[in-house]
Structure formats: structure tokens, C-alpha cells
Design a protein around this ligand. Sequence first.
Ligand SMILES: O=C(O)CCC(=O)C(=O)O
Length: 280
Amino acid sequence: MRAAMRPVADRYPLTEAEIAAFHRDGWITLPGLLSAAELAPLEDLYMRMLRREIPVRGRDYCDMTGDYHKPVEDYAILNVMLPRVYCPALAGNVYERRAADVARQLWGEDFAIDYDQLVAKPPRKADAVFHWHQDLGYWPITEDTRTATFWLALDDVADDNGCVRFVDGSHREPELREHLPLHGDRGSNHTLVAQVDPARDRIRSAILPRGSVSVHHERTAHGSGGNGSDRWRRGYVLAYRSPATIAAERAMGFTHSHNDAGEVLTAIGEQTRRREGRRG
Ligand SMILES: O=C(O)CCC(=O)C(=O)O
């Protein structure tokens, strides 16, 4: 299938070169996953959630740059965890169906949604920095490492409005990089920060037109700069993993909600630190 002919209904066929690039670099971009007509109803629900017309419980509506006590009007990165829980109309949408098709081509048939997330930088938010991290730094370490996390652009995104940037090949490093909390402990703020060195790491920006996606692996280091532009930078994240991995997470009490019990998040942090400690 030629790239120009996709998508076809719920399918988005990948080329062999795209599959190889995902496994080599730990991330890829895919153009035109959704059309303007397909984006419009999703964008409407997205904005209703950001405006809090659809209620979101507790810390699942937060600012990824600050502590949990920051006033909403000062938020730099508006972050909604688990939007399909709070807005069931999102469940089963065309983005979910096409992303599932892509995830299965990358990794095999047994793939399901682990969590979803909205992550939006309003215009002129120079402090809307999403710090470098590997997703696995936030997650429990599970046996099956297969992940495909999608980041759908609701706006044209580039460096000026804070697009996501990835470190090529970092998913193939033998150990996770060290992750330290940004503010105090995980009870004060969710954000963790990993070391990335522009002199040593090969960093590339995921420049995406509206309706396109990036797809990354759970160990690929990534982050994003502030939004210095007059445009929004809105992303809609969907993470796919195997049903067995999702069940293992849930058995630990880990749902990707920021309202998960503090002891669960602390135990996961300790598991990651023990793993990092084995490096030396
Ligand atoms: O939106 C961003 O800048 C970062 C998003 C992210 O970390 C992710 O999708 O895993």
C-alpha cells in the first residue's frame, strides 16, 4: 500500500521502513492519521474538558509544570489524565481505532489501550516545559516492554510552540536513565526529570501538521520546550500495551490516574530507583 492511499476506514497500513524506523529510533511520525472532519468532534470534546465543562476528578486535571496547589489560571501545561473515563463519548473513536491498528502492526495482535491523556500548552507560555523523561520512569517495570504511545497533534506543532522532542535510540539503552522529582515528592507534583545531554544525545523534533501523530516506545527519552508562539499546542495521547501488562499494572493499584494512592506511586519510584541502582 502506498502511503498516499491511507488511512482506509479503521486501518492505517504502515510501510516496512516505518516499522523498521520505530524499532531503530524508538519513535516515528505518521502523517494524516485523522482528517479535518474526523478531528472536529474530538476537538469539541477536548476543549470542553479543558474548560472544565466536563468535570475531571482531583489531580487528573493539573498543570504538569507546577505543584498541585497552583491556581488553574496560572497553568502552563493543562493536563487531563484518563479523559475517556470522564468523557465516555470519547471511547471507541476513530483515533483509538486507527491507533490500535498501528500498534498491532508494530508489536502484534494483543494490544489494548492502557491510558489516554490531553496535554495542552496555551499560546505564550514560555514556561510550558515538559521535562525530559522516559515514560517507564513513571510506570511500574513490567515483564513485557512492548508499548506504542501516540501523540496526536490538534494544532500544527513545531519547536516554536513546544512540540515533543525525542532522543533517537534511547529505548535501546540497557538501563533507564535516572529520574528525579521536579518539586518535592510525588505527593506535591507528578513531574519527574531525566538527564539528557544535547552534546551526546541525538535529539530530533516531532514536527507535525494537525491530524498527524508521533508514536514512541516506553523507554524513548522525550520532552518539550515552552510555547513562545501565538498558537496553541494541543496533544491527545493514547498509550497501547498488552492486556497482560495492563492487568499487572491494575493489580498493583496503578491506573495512570494522578489520584492513584501515594503509596503506589512511591513503591513504583522505589522499584525504578532499585533498578537504576543496579547499573553501577
Ligand atoms: O506533550 C508533551 O510535551 C509530552 C507528552 C509525553 O510525555 C507523552 O506523550 O508521553
